[in-house]
Design a protein around this ligand. Structure first.
Ligand SMILES: Nc1ncnc2c1ncn2[C@@H]1O[C@H](COP(=O)(O)OP(=O)(O)OP(=O)(O)O)[C@@H](O)[C@H]1O
Ligand SMILES: [Mg+2]
Length: 458
């Protein structure tokens, strides 16, 4: 018996569908059928299949085309072509196009079972679980954005609707919820995808610097402006500009932005001539703009301009069902990066990840997995390899039990981390989430040294 093995049969002849389906069910497979190419492709896309049996001659779509589309959707798909004697040549062509095998009508049930057994054997080697899980997780993604929770599905729906338009989009959500990722995806599904995607972090610059970054400047506009320089709006022409941390911009820039949004033109700093551009604006904020508007820190007119389409990314703690697929996604990513073959996350570890509150959202989860992959020695992520905040040892309690200046806490924490990992700087840097240079500087700053003191806990 092959319970759980999913087979899709696409054939226009009822008798073929029924007899195949009966036999296969007798052998223990789960079977569904489709009577034409359109319905078949629909089913192919809607659910994962281990094997598809596809008739070469269908009334609407050619079997070879189904094969091509299926392989395009999933390069590992197993498609078997069903054919009459007359078209064996085409069937052989099909195999060159990626079909797994072909069977000739009228067929012998035992022959089919044999072919399927061969496939199953092969797929078992590949690991049936990975096979199905990968298929499933693909369905939760929107161009590499993972999210099977209803809240994220809503986000994807909205993105699909507004993506192709020119309208301004405001992406809001806590830090690390994926605002930039979403902005990029919107650009990618828009007709502007061949144009540039230009980002600017508005919070990082002073008002005058921001202005010349956004709009460029003329030669001699200010001391040091020795040449005319294009701003990001001009560079983003025919593409998308991503204004990150929009809540942080000052009153003058707010007014300038309002003008670009309304009139689609601006002047360079120190210039007279209006410059016209064709740019889509996507803005992001992790603060509540409406609140800032009520406090009169954000212009009302600009707020309403930006607020036309709002994509709100829910914090991770409100969509915990996304944690497992996200973990898998990052596990794959860091396996590749670290040249490792860690298969999964242990149940214990996953339980801890599911219970945690994730103030840093997905970025924090990504770092946690990166960290764990880096230090895990077995082929399963065990809870002991999760970052220190998941280790409920007494050291954590005591660190928070005392009142200490931040500096001292940092010094203490770095010292303990280094000690725990035998002064492996690379490892410690990953765990602390800083780069090696920064870690070296801090070691120097705090005058830390490797000691042989063994009385410490961690
Ligand atoms: N749904 C998701 N699926 C996969 N990766 C995600 C998802 N959401 C976020 N990430 C990853 O998490 C990290 C943080 O995402 P991003 O930079 O887009 O967040 P952000 O909201 O812009 O954060 P901040 O407010 O701090 O700027 C990135 O590495 C991104 O690829
Ligand atoms: Mg961001």
């Amino acid at each position: 018996m092959q319970s759980g093995y999913r087979i899709l049969v696409i054939d226009d002849e009822e008798i073929v569908r029924e007899s195949l389906s009966d036999w296969l069910k007798k052998f223990g497979y789960y079977v569904e059928t489709a009577e034409n190419g359109v319905k078949g492709l629909e089913k192919m896309r809607a659910q994962p299949w281990h094997v598809m049996l596809v008739d070469l001659k269908l009334p609407d779509i050619d079997g070879l085309e189904i094969l091509r589309q299926t392989r395009k959707a999933n390069e590992n798909a197993v498609v078997i072509i069903i054919t009459a004697y007359a078209s064996v040549d085409t069937a052989i062509q099909a195999m060159k196009d990626g079909a797994y095998d072909y069977i000739v009508k009228p067929f012998d049930p035992d022959e089919i079972n044999l072919v399927l057994k061969k496939i199953i054997e092969h797929q078992k080697l590949v690991d049936e679980n990975i096979f199905l899980r990968r298929e499933l997780s693909r369905r939760y993604t929107f161009q590499d954005i993972i999210g099977k929770s209803p809240k994220m599905q809503e986000v994807f729906e909205l993105m699909r609707t507004v993506g192709p338009a020119r309208s301004t989009v405001l992406v809001q959500g806590e830090s690390g919820t994926g605002k930039e990722l979403v902005a990029r995806a919107i650009h990618q599904i828009s007709p502007r995808d061949q144009g540039p995607f230009i980002t600017i972090s508005c919070g990082a610059l002073s008002e005058s610097l921001l202005e010349s970054e956004l709009f460029g400047h003329e030669k001699g506009a200010f001391t040091g402006a020795i040449e005319q320089r294009k701003g990001r709006f001009e560079i983003a022409d025919k593409g998308t500009i991503f204004l990150d941390e929009i809540s942080d911009i000052g009153p003058k820039s707010q007014l300038d932005l309002l003008r670009v949004l309304q009139e689609k033109e601006f002047t360079r700093v120190g210039g007279q001539e209006p410059v016209r551009v064709d740019v889509r604006v996507i803005a992001a904020t992790n603060r509540d703009l409406s609140q800032l508007m009520r406090e009169r820190k954000f212009r009302e007119d600009l707020y309403y301009r930006l607020n036309v389409i709002v994509v709100t990314l829910p914090p991770l703690r409100e969509r915990r069902e996304d944690i497992p697929p996200l973990c898998e996604h990052f596990l794959r990513k860091y396996n590749i990066e670290n040249n490792k073959k860690i298969q999964r996350i242990s149940e214990d570890a996953l339980k801890q990840l599911l219970q945690y509150d994730w103030p840093g959202n997905i970025r924090e989860l990504e770092h946690a997995i990166e960290h764990s992959v880096a230090i895990e020695k077995t082929n399963i992520i065990n809870s002991g390899s999760l970052p220190v905040k998941f280790q409920k040892g007494p050291s954590e309690e005591s660190a928070f039990g005392e009142d200490k200046p931040l500096d001292e806490m940092e010094k203490e924490y770095i010292r303990k981390t280094l000690k725990k990992h035998d002064w492996n700087i690379q490892k410690a840097a990953v765990i602390l989430g800083i780069d090696r240079g920064t870690l070296y500087n801090k070691i120097k700053k705090y005058g830390l040294q490797e000691t042989k003191d063994s009385l410490e806990t961690q």
